[in-house]
Write a protein that binds this ligand. Structure first.
Ligand code: AVI
Length: 320
């Protein structure tokens, strides 16, 4: 039996609460106000997102899983064994782990903003795959992605499922894809993308009957209170999730139920009734538009797989 290794951990992200404070205050002072979706994901926010993925209305997670289940073997044939698999936003590492028997990577690099969260997941991964070289990397890859050269043992195959690429604007997505492309030479990118579909389906997925997405959106206010010492009252605000067909994106906002004054040390902001704070975009792509974006970023012509309804796409973009 191969002796079990111990996963290696590298922490490159140091929480910069001062930068967060400046970013939040600047966003709240703008007209209209906005707050970055990165503030959704405290402990409760991560649990609420996990609950969202269980909702009947939230099809992306289940649909993507069905595409990997149906076409995973074909994806693995195209990608080839022995690569360094770099899992961007690895979380509990479940999606990548399911692909190990097919992809047979030689090294697994799990990247997430929080190494603490990765710790238990990677210990489990290492127990279940004792021969695999497992590395945890604590880094905010959304803003920078310079991996140490020796981290990629052979070909780098980047794995970015879940359609989080949709939470960037198309310009930001292009810049992000270029960064991935520059580090994936000889390998490529396996990425999940939510596709354009009828507005009613999208609308329900982001404004569910149980109100879980509303709680997820409102929870950002608790985070803002914690990070800048503000006095937001979640009950003063209403969740809005609406599809903008012209922009092909879901927009999430928090709308003031009545006139509201919010204070924090050194400043305050008055919101009129129905004024909004923009908290998230979730861009939806056509297959053609996303394939073009990948090629604009420098990847070779991608392959893609979708479900029967054509609701979600998984793209394999080689970096030749
Ligand atoms: C994480 N991301 C892909 C989710 C999405 O669908 O855009 C975040 C989310 N926001 C509301 N529901 C889910």
């Amino acid at each position: 039996m191969t002796p079990s290794r111990t996963p290696r951990f590298i922490q490159r992200h140091v929480a910069d609460t001062e930068a967060d404070r400046r970013d939040i205050e600047a966003g709240l002072m703008q007209q209209p106000a906005h707050a970055s979706p990165k503030y959704f994901y405290d402990r409760l926010g991560s649990h609420l997102f996990e609950a969202i993925t269980e909702l009947p209305e939230y099809y992306p997670t289940r649909t993507e899983a069905s595409i990997f289940a149906t076409h995973g073997a074909e994806m693995a044939r195209r990608i080839g064994p022995g690569a360094t698999l770099i899992d961007l936003g690895a979380g509990n590492c479940a999606k990548a782990s399911r692909m190990f028997p097919l992809l047979e990577p030689s090294r697994y690099v799990a990247v997430d903003i929080s190494v603490e969260f990765l710790h238990d997941a990677l210990k489990r991964v290492q127990r279940e795959h004792p021969a695999l070289d497992v590395i945890g990397l604590g880094q905010d890859f959304s803003s920078s992605l310079d991996l140490d050269a020796d981290l990629i043992a052979d070909r780098g195959v980047f794995f970015y499922p879940g359609s989080s690429i949709g939470n960037f604007t198309p310009d930001e997505a292009l810049a992000f894809l270029k960064r991935v492309r520059s580090q994936a030479l000889g390998g490529g990118l396996l990425i999940g993308v939510d596709l354009v579909k009828p507005a009613a389906i999208l609308q329900a997925a982001y404004d569910d009957a149980l109100g879980v997405t509303a709680a997820f959106n409102l929870n950002i206010l608790r985070q803002l209170n914690r990070l800048i010492g503000s006095d937001f009252e979640p009950t003063d605000w209403k969740h809005i999730g609406l599809y903008d067909a012209a922009e092909s994106r879901i927009e999430m906002h928090l709308e003031a139920r009545h006139d509201v004054e919010v204070h924090w040390p050194g400043a305050q902001r008055a919101f009129l009734a129905e004024e909004r704070i923009h908290t998230e975009n979730s861009c939806k792509y056509t297959v053609e538009r996303f394939a073009a974006l990948l090629q604009e970023a420098g990847f070779a012509a991608p392959l893609h797989w979708t479900d029967d309804r054509g609701w979600f796409g998984v793209f394999w973009a080689p970096a030749r």
